[in-house]
Design a protein around this ligand. Structure first.
Ligand code: TYM
Length: 334
């Protein structure tokens, strides 16, 4: 609790180009929840270097992502928007939690297996302990809730396990966090292979809608979206392409799948695709416009970065000092 409010933490990586999946699965919910909670939203650049990055590019993407958080509607006076690398507590707590995490647990992580397969020439220890750093992010702020897409659920589970294990040894040190997954949009699929998640790292640009795609591109990508030959509009796993389109529509409009099916059941796939594309454009356009404006205001964004890093550091240190004391590190002499 901070000032009587429950705490929310979430983060995103500044690697690749952000997709509609990141927006509908995470960012949009962050904005919805931001009044109710005391929120920490991090650009998780420490996680990014588990895969080799071009330094100039990473710096630029990180700044764009931070700007995008604000452009999406998160008020930086109320929400703590900051770079993970500006708060050393993340790395420090991560080390301690490494000593409370088992190799066997980490070995089970599907994201590690996927990434290790994709980057077979660089299976580094950071890639393996990535979920521990994620646990540190969340536990450092004593977060009650963590809004994420479905692909992060396994990491949330291990975070809870680590926290419970630590609390079991030292008493109630950490708040046990809950995941928050939106009703729709929690797993947006590829437009080209609807059995696969829409991903920043997909090599086929038609598979993903990027947050900065302009209207024509968005419409074209939806027109090309892979569907099926059943010629009926239903929300079912047998029709993953149509189900995904309906999901996107619901996440953009706030409608339920039943309402969406009713609206489109007598219409063709072409009409559905156009309606979904239009719904996406109307959600993304204002964010893009605001992003363009904010990107020009260097002084403002610099101020956000400075002030919020100080705020995050303050809360991070509170937890870190407590943890250091619990595990038996000597007290500082002032
Ligand atoms: P990242 O950067 O891969 O994704 C950011 C957020 O977007 C969600 N997401 C999706 N949601 C729906 N459909 C999709 N196709 C889709 N693709 C991505 C993700 O679930 C995520 O919520 N490890 C994290 C970042 C992280 C973090 C944290 C998150 C680091 N520390 C602590 C929460 C709490 C990651 O790589 O997300």
């Amino acid at each position: 609790m901070i000032d009587g409010k429950k705490v929310l933490f979430s983060g995103m990586q500044a690697t690749g180009t952000l997709t509609l999946g990141n927006y509908l699965g995470a960012l949009q919910n962050w904005v919805k929840l931001s009044d109710e909670y005391e929120c920490f939203y991090s650009v998780v650049d420490l996680h990014s270097i588990t895969v080799r990055q071009n330094p100039a590019e990473l710096r630029k993407r990180a700044r764009n992502l931070l700007t995008l958080y604000v452009a999406a509607g998160l008020d930086p006076k109320k929400n703590c928007i900051y770079y993970q690398s500006h708060v050393s507590g993340h790395a420090e707590l991560s080390w301690i939690l490494n000593c409370f995490t088992y190799m066997g647990e980490l070995n089970r992580m599907t994201q590690f297996k996927d990434k290790a397969a994709k980057h077979a020439d660089n299976i580094n220890a950071g890639l393996f302990t990535y979920p521990v750093l994620m646990a540190a992010d969340i536990l450092l702020y004593q977060a009650d809730v963590v809004p994420v897409g479905i692909d992060q659920m396994q990491h949330l589970e291990i975070t809870r396990d680590i926290a419970q294990r630590f609390n079991g040894v030292y008493g109630d040190v950490f708040t046990i966090p809950e995941a928050y997954v939106g009703k729709s949009g929690a797993k947006i699929m590829s437009l080209q292979e609807p059995s696969k998640k829409m991903s920043k790292s997909d090599e086929n640009p038609n598979a993903s809608v990027y947050l900065m795609d302009d209207e024509d591109v968005i419409i074209r990508k939806f027109k090309r979206a892979v569907t099926d030959s059943l010629a009926r509009i239903a929300y079912t796993d047998e029709q993953p392409g149509i189900k995904n389109l309906l999901d996107i529509y619901c996440a953009c409009t706030g409608k339920t799948p039943a309402e969406a099916v009713k609206e489109f059941e007598d219409r063709g796939y072409g009409e559905l695709k156009t309606a979904v594309a239009e719904a996406v454009v109307s959600v993304l356009k204002p964010v893009q416009k605001r992003f363009e404006e904010l990107s020009k205001d260097k002084t403002y964004i610099d101020e956000v970065i400075k002030e919020n890093a100080e705020k995050a550091d303050y809360y991070a240190k509170k937890t870190l000092r407590k943890v250091q004391k619990k595990v038996g590190f000597p007290e500082r002499i002032r």
